[in-house]
Design a protein around this ligand. Structure first.
Ligand SMILES: Cc1ncc(C[n+]2csc(CCOP(=O)(O)OP(=O)(O)O)c2C)c(N)n1
Ligand SMILES: CC(=O)[C@@H](O)[C@H](O)COP(=O)(O)O
Ligand SMILES: [Mg+2]
Length: 643
């Protein structure tokens, strides 16, 4: 814990936004300052998402001061910027548990507070959800707190996601009262990309910001004509403030801005006027700074998007030492090596260049690396097009975000049997980001697609081989998955070997029970078998490598040679184990009495914790595997432990 806590006399009086209502504007300014210090102090102790929260401190304070939350529904896009919001909405005392087991979520969550009307963590959903609340309000839906205004706060990065436009298209057509605040800090996780980002910059680049500030003192003048009393004067002023009809106006929104999202006076004036006068959809364009008010964040390249615990004075983060390189870096290095030899290799990231390691690839091959923004659907089809055009695209996405592009995988890749290579990072349970970020479903949703090759790396050496295999596999789509974090520390081959498609490998020959692992649980399987060995039980261990196509020969042989077969995978039901079961059933193996167990994630969403504890909750650690073996062999756990 950082020694001193900030002095927060006003914040100490706020248990809920209701308590802010009697504050003067000057006090609200001070409250925002205190909120910023408190946010820094919390995240220094816990780690988590910091830069985005610091950028919306004034916005958060002003929205809660002006609007009537939770009756007015405030929806944070992605919601990684929600820490100040949580502090103001009755959760300050629990903030130091954030992202930990049993603690607060790092994102908004419906079951955590009525002030979180809609859960988020994946991007670009806020306008759709807010529009849903607006329609529910107008059609008489009246849950617990009644329904007031619907307010979406969406970042410029999130605005690169297609859903945001689908929602604006619908909202502009419906014409319902809906408030969208565009929190434009000219940053995503990495610097933002794309034509939309350039467009937003043009909306304020040439503007004399100080003049705007002055103009905003009379906030009414910020509003478009329908809301103006002095229509003519305001129209003239608006001409200075926007670059002619904005895209948002063309879509049917009233556009207000750009305004200074750190100027409380401006924000309060604008929000109060919007609250009083808005009729249809309105977009308030607020210019903010990611990391605002904390020098180490402001000056760092990533604006302290996501940080470990850190020292408040120096800003130095306490990163846990690692004994092995990360899977991500092994993937990136392997791909770079392959791309040095094969000029057809390209790589695509959806706004996660650092997270996927493609920042390294981009340094080496700037023309062959594409950051498409938060646009996973486009990323997949874009790769489909490149593959159809004769390139060898690697679509590098986190498992959880790949979910966004599923129809594109089916329709634009699999049905056309296009050789897109999916490098699926963050497969399995990821830890502090919790259920929204768990990579649980990709095995199931890919292995059921005809023609797909689906691999999982048991360790970082295997990952090197799988990259080589994917490069070589040029007649159909393929995917290889690997977990978040450090590898196991095995020797890493200089050069990957191309694996035989659909062939697993034997790790250890034993008897009675065979454990067939798919992916990175293999080390836990080996640990379990060490313990079992001490009890006189020596399972056979095999690494399947492929969930599709299955190694039929190996699986049928394991079934023939053992009393029991157990599959283990880091994924939900419907994946590898289900395919093995289908094979065994089709081949009539169960007719002859094979005992079969499939270890998969339970049918629940597992909340955030350390990965080891999440795997314990999923009953998939070494001791769970050991217990499963004992159970299937009918050996009592207690007796076995006593032996
Ligand atoms: C669908 C999806 N893809 C990727 C991400 C990862 N991600 C989380 S925050 C973020 C950047 C968001 O930028 P912006 O909306 O501008 O918010 P800021 O952090 O700048 O406040 C990204 C890419 C995500 N949450 N959801
Ligand atoms: C909010 C979000 O989606 C990302 O910031 C995510 O938390 C990053 O996760 P990694 O730390 O695994 O890259
Ligand atoms: Mg941003």
């Amino acid at each position: 814990m950082n020694a001193s806590r900030p002095n927060t006399p006003l914040l100490d009086q706020v248990q809920s936004p209701e308590d802010m209502k009697q504050f003067s504007d000057a006090q609200l300014c001070q409250l925002a300052d205190e909120l910023r210090q408190e946010t820094i102090s919390v995240v220094a102790d816990t780690g988590g998402h910091l830069g985005a929260g610091l950028g919306v401190v004034e916005l958060t304070t002003a929205i809660h001061a002006v609007f009537d939350t939770p009756k007015d529904r405030l929806i944070w896009d992605v919601s990684h910027q929600c820490y100040p919001h949580k502090i103001l909405t009755g959760r300050r005392d629990q903030m130091r548990t954030i992202r930990q087991g049993g603690g607060l979520s790092g994102f908004t969550k419906r079951n955590e507070s009525p002030f979180d009307p809609f859960g988020a963590a994946h991007s670009s959903t806020s306008i759709s959800a807010a529009l849903g609340f607006a329609v529910a309000r107008d059609l008489g839906g009246a849950p617990e707190h009644g329904l007031g205004d619907a307010i979406a706060v969406i970042g410029d990065g999130a605005l690169s996601g297609g859903m945001a436009y689908e929602a604006m298209n619908n909202a502009g057509h419906l014409g319902k009262r809906l408030i969208v605040v565009l929190n434009d800090n000219d940053m995503s996780i990495a610097p933002p990309v794309g034509a939309m980002s350039s467009y937003l910059s043009r909306l304020y680049a040439g503007e004399p910001f100080q003049e705007l500030k002055a103009a905003a003192k009379g906030a009414v003048s910020l509003l478009p004509e329908p809301f103006q009393d002095g229509a003519k004067r305001a129209r003239d002023m608006l001409k200075h403030m926007t670059v002619g009809g904005t895209l948002f106006e063309q879509l049917g929104f009233s556009y207000v801005g750009p305004i200074d999202g750190h100027d409380m006076e401006q924000l309060l004036n604008v929000l109060r006027t919007v609250k009083t006068r808005a009729q249809g959809p309105i977009l308030i364009h607020a210019i903010t700074q990611k990391g605002k008010g904390y020098a180490p964040a402001e000056s760092s390249a990533d604006k302290y998007h996501g940080v470990s615990k850190f020292d408040v004075i120096s800003g130095k983060q306490h990163k846990a030492p690692s004994n092995a390189p990360s899977y991500t870096s092994i993937f990136a290095q392997s791909l770079i090596k392959a791309a040095e030899k094969d000029t057809k290799i390209t790589a695509v990231t959806a706004a996660m260049p650092d997270g996927t390691g493609l920042d390294l690839f981009a340094e080496r091959f700037p023309n062959r690396c594409f950051d498409v923004g938060i646009a996973e659907q486009h990323a997949v089809t874009f790769c489909g097009g490149m593959a159809a055009g004769g390139l060898k695209p690697f679509c590098a996405l986190y498992s959880t975000f790949l979910q966004r592009g599923y129809d594109q995988i089916v329709h634009d890749v699999a049905i056309q049997r296009l050789p897109v290579r999916f490098a699926i990072d963050r497969a399995g349970l990821v830890g502090a980001d919790g259920a929204t970020h768990a990579g649980s479903f990709d095995i199931a949703f890919l292995a059921n697609l005809p023609g797909f090759v689906v691999m999982a790396a048991a360790d970082e050496a295997e990952l090197v081989h799988m990259v080589a295999t994917a490069v070589a596999l040029d007649d159909r789509p393929s995917a290889f998955r690997f977990p978040r974090g450090s590898g196991t520390g095995v020797d890493i081959p200089d050069k990957g070997s191309v694996l035989e498609i659909g062939k697993g490998r034997m790790i250890a020959k034993g008897s009675k029970v065979a454990i067939l692992s798919f992916g990175a649980r293999l080390s836990e399987v080996e640990k379990a078998c060490e313990h079992l060995g001490a009890k006189g039980i020596t399972p056979t261990i095999a690494d399947a490598r492929f969930a599709k196509p299955l190694d039929r020969d190996m699986i049928l042989q394991l079934a023939a040679d053992h009393e029991a077969l157990i599959t283990v995978e880091e994924g939900a039901v419907g994946g590898f184990g289900s395919h093995v079961m289908q094979l065994l059933s089709d081949e009539g193996v169960f007719d002859h009495g094979l005992k079969f167990r499939s270890m998969v994630f339970p049918d629940t969403f597992i909340d955030q914790d350390s990965p080891a504890k999440m795997y314990a909750a999923a009953a998939m650690n070494a001791d769970d595997i050991e217990a499963k073996v004992l159970d299937v062999l009918g050996v009592g756990q207690i007796n076995a432990r006593a032996n």
